[in-house]
Design a protein around this ligand. Structure first.
Ligand code: DOR
Ligand code: ZN
Length: 347
């Protein structure tokens, strides 16, 4: 069986930099026409000027013949000015600003220390109609790690949505039924991305026969009832939910460590894994909206013209991919993926 879709986009992606950027960008470019590129480099991409230079490095790292457009983002800090947001809006290649609570995840130490410190910047985003992308987890160590997303809604996000009534917001990588319900209740100017791992796995996958560092990401996998709520949201044809892999490559040794980094690498099968999840739900006909329509419409960008074709034919994922001087262990390493991208796809 085959499935032909309008070419999809990845609305949440980590590409890193240098040799590691070159190692991964081809996987995304093979499948997706565009991707929202996260700004959590070290140092972070905090200005339009830094985003322009990073954009150039991404384009230079693309394999010959690739047709792929990186959509850049800025990293919000306590000091982001209204003037910087105006510059970002005017440049045409910055499409959003990402809010990381300081300390919430990988390379987030330059993030926002308290939401009221960025009220001015959020007003500027609202004024210039530039979307705010949110890593929605509180960092309070007193809150259980599995409850940090739900607590973020109550302590931070509900107030932001009320205070800035025209601000467009993407609640990134939602993982709970509370987040799904919140997005629905907030109406069309609030949307959410959903990752393949949160559609395919519940938190048991973290401890399946032993600790599984390659299933560890933030927000962490949740219990089955939450996974079911995410599948219903993704496959229900609702315009507020769209594809964002959150593919987040880390060198093997930094994952397989006494204190392993958060991040699941999925770009090598970035559309195929969603096809699997939608197929399991009996909702393959909803994949195109989720992968190729809803995100473009939310970001007010044209839908892509080209198409890709997937076939239901399983293949074995390599044990690892080269990653600069290191190796990268992909999602499903050494195991099978049920859907395959036909080679001519997207070209
Ligand atoms: O698991 C994650 N990895 N979550 C994030 O929010 C960041 C990402 C990364 O950059 O590795
Ligand atoms: Zn991310």
């Amino acid at each position: 069986m085959t499935l032909t879709l309008r070419r999809p986009d990845d609305w949440h992606l980590h590409l890193r930099d240098g040799a590691t950027l070159a190692a991964v960008v081809g996987h995304t470019a093979e499948r997706f026409a565009r991707a929202i590129v996260m700004p959590n480099l070290k140092p972070p991409v905090t200005t339009t000027e830094l985003a322009a230079a990073y954009r150039q490095r991404i384009v230079a790292a693309l394999p010959a013949g690739a047709r792929f457009t990186p959509l850049m983002t800025l990293y919000l800090t306590d000091n982001t000015s209204g003037a910087e947001i105006a510059r970002a809006r005017a440049c045409g290649f910055v499409h959003a600003v990402k809010y990381y609570p300081a300390g919430a995840t990988t390379h987030s130490d330059a993030g926002v220390t308290a939401i009221d410190k960025v009220h001015g910047a959020l007003a500027a985003l609202e004024e210039h109609d530039l979307p705010l992308l949110v890593h929605g987890e509180v960092t309070d160590p007193a809150v259980d790690v599995f409850d940090r997303e739900a607590a973020f809604i109550d302590r931070v996000l509900a107030d932001v949505v009320r205070r800035f009534p025209k601000l467009r917001i993407v609640f990134e990588h939602v993982t709970t039924r509370e987040a799904v319900a919140f997005v629905r209740s907030a109406g069309p100017r609030v949307a959410a991305t959903i990752t393949p791992q949160h559609l395919l796995l519940n938190r048991n996958a973290l401890f399946d026969g032993g600790v599984r560092p390659h299933h560890y990401c933030l927000p962490v996998l949740k219990r089955e009832a939450h996974r079911e709520a995410l599948v219903a949201a993704a496959t229900g044809g609702e315009a507020q939910f769209f594809l964002g892999t959150d593919s987040a490559p880390h060198a093997r040794h930094s994952k397989e460590s006494a204190c392993g980094c958060a991040g699941v690498y999925s770009a090598h099968a970035g559309i195929e894994l969603y096809a699997e999840a939608f197929d399991r739900a009996g909702r393959l006909e909803q994949l195109e909206g989720f992968a190729s329509h809803h995100g473009a419409d939310f970001y007010r960008l044209p839908r892509n013209d080209a198409s890709i074709t997937l076939s239901r034919s399983s293949w074995t994922v390599p044990a690892n991919y080269p990653f600069g001087a290191d190796a990268l262990v992909p999602f499903r390493a050494g195991e099978t993926v049920a859907w395959r991208l036909q080679p001519s796809g997207g070209r």
